[in-house]
Design a binder for this molecule. Structure first.
Ligand code: NPW
Ligand code: K
Length: 477
């Protein structure tokens, strides 16, 4: 599991650790890790042209000490001081002593730089880059240099992943001690490039329960349902799908396609697209209306392509886990969901989430973490908010939110959400808890899209077909 923490938690852990080590030791650890990472990105350090963007806080101090280390190894290092009177004093002295130069003309040094270290702001920054930093940041981005963010790209909100103003786009980020939440959540995550974590000894001082977590292959492998020798289809779980309409029969086919590959022992389909479903998937069990007469079902999926058709209330009235997606979410009554005894999982995209909360879509896209938490609280349900960094929150606010690390923009394609809801419903039927079912489904779905796409367009049914490959891939150590 990859863990991320809020700034408040990071600061508390740092304070604890700082009280135990000599003054300045942490910054030295950070700077040493940063300099080593930058050296690893350069063909050679000797003669490389390095530019530091130095703000007024300790983030600039990290950059200056790392710059001093690179200068001692023969790099030509220039520092652009954005607040010359407030630059980290000891860091600047060490930098000068090592042969570093303070740049008179930022644009001249940036034009010929090989690498730029962004030390404008770290976890102490708020509200996007300030006006004086904007032209410098743009010049860095517009040069041929590789941009390496120190701790995090300046201008992003470390806690939420929001980008409220201008922020630097880095090619790589070297972060210290632990991941900050914003590094894993869009839109900020789009600014980080590859993120490398430098150990500064913070780990033992962080709480064991993180604020945000991301599944990794080994976590998924442990959560995937594996049939036992004596399993039959009922023990493996039966998932019911209520989806599709005369207008959108394809949504039903795609939801069933996802469900068939999610680990449940059987898939029942109830709705107007039975002919289309059975034509494509003879292994699906199709039933007439209503869902309550379909036989044994351990979890229901309702909503994809449903249009105005019935089904939502019928499955909410059951006492098994229910996943509500797409059209099923329209006007969904919080009280009806809160009244359920069995778990409910909602899987909105940004537009649906905005409608459920009565806010603008832009507000959801800019503040994804707050949105998923607010929806989970409003409905007393587990909520999977789709997007390039899909988030999953449980109804208990003490449970860490999960962020999916396998997303790809190729997944923004018609029908891909239908596959995801079938897959997640199938995992629910197989017995996974809603948070696990949702986050494992998002993980496999993203991985399947990557495997199927190879950086080329991919259709939703290709994603469904690649789920078994993703499943095997996750289980391969
Ligand atoms: N603590 C530790 O143990 C360790 C910490 N470490 C490092 O310290 C970093 C945190 O340092 P920090 O707390 O000094 O804050 P930091 O991120 O440099 O920025 C705050 C400064 O920027 C300013 N400012 C604010 N917003 C701004 C904006 N939009 N645009 C421009 N300026 C803005 C604000 O000044 P203001 O003008 O608001 O008074 C303030 O002076 C952390 O990310 C890590 O890199 C590592 O060495 C490991 C050990
Ligand atoms: K930074």
């Amino acid at each position: 599991m990859r863990h991320a923490y809020s700034v408040e938690t990071v600061r508390a852990a740092e304070a604890e650790l700082m009280a135990r080590v000599p003054e300045g030791a942490l910054m030295q650890r950070a700077a040493a890790g940063l300099a080593a990472a930058v050296a690893g990105l350069l063909p050679r350090v000797y003669g490389a042209r390095v530019v530091l963007l130095v703000g007024s806080g300790d983030n600039g101090g990290d950059a200056l000490y790392a710059g001093a280390r690179l200068a001692r190894r023969g790099a030509a290092v220039a520092a652009v001081l954005l607040a010359p009177d407030r630059a980290h004093r000891q860091g600047l002295a060490a930098f000068r002593k090592a042969g570093g130069q303070v740049a008179e003309d930022p644009f001249a040094v940036l034009a010929v730089a090989d690498v730029v270290l962004d030390g404008i702001t770290g976890i102490g920054g708020h509200g996007g880059l300030r006006p004086d930093a904007v032209p410098v940041a743009r010049a860095a981005r517009g040069s041929n240099a590789m941009v390496v963010a120190v701790d995090l790209p300046s201008g992003i909100e470390a806690d939420t992943g929001e980008v409220t103003g201008e922020a630097l786009r880095a090619d790589a980020t070297v972060t210290f001690g632990t991941y900050k939440q914003g590094l894993l959540i869009d839109p900020a995550r789009e600014h980080t490039g590859a993120v490398r974590l430098v150990d500064i000894g913070l780990e033992p001082h962080l709480p064991s329960v993180p604020d945000l977590e991301a599944l990794q292959h080994t976590d998924v492998a442990q959560l995937l349902p594996v049939p036992a020798a004596e399993s039959d289809k009922y023990r493996r779980g039966v998932v019911g799908v209520v989806a599709g309409s005369a207008r959108y029969p394809g949504a039903a086919v795609l939801a069933v396609a996802g469900a068939l590959r999610g680990g449940a022992g059987a898939v029942r389909y109830v709705g107007p697209a039975a002919d289309a479903v059975i034509a494509r998937f003879p292994e699906a069990l199709v039933h007439g209306w209503p869902p309550s007469r379909a036989g044994r079902v351990q979890a229901w999926v309702v909503g994809p392509g449903l249009g105005d058709g019935p089904g939502v209330q019928e499955v909410l009235d059951t006492d098994v886990p229910v996943l509500v997606d797409a059209d099923g979410l329209r006007g969904l009554d919080p009280d009806a969901v809160r009244a359920r005894k069995a778990p409910t999982l909602l899987t909105p995209h940004a537009g649906e989430a905005a409608a459920l909360l009565g806010v603008d879509r832009g507000e959801v896209e800019g503040a994804r973490l707050g949105t998923v938490r607010a929806l989970a609280a409003k409905y007393g349900a587990t909520v999977l908010l789709k997007g390039s960094t899909t988030l999953v929150a449980g109804p208990d606010e003490r449970t860490p939110v999960r962020v999916n690390p396998t997303g790809t923009s190729w997944l923004a394609t018609a029908g891909s959400g239908d596959v995801l809801s079938g897959l997640a419903g199938s995992l629910l039927a197989a017995g996974l808890a809603p948070l696990d079912a949702a986050s494992v489904a998002a993980y496999l779905h993203g991985l399947a899209a990557r495997l199927a796409s190879h950086d080329a367009p991919v259709a939703a049914h290709d994603v469904a077909t690649a789920i078994p490959r993703a499943w095997r891939d996750a289980r391969t150590p």
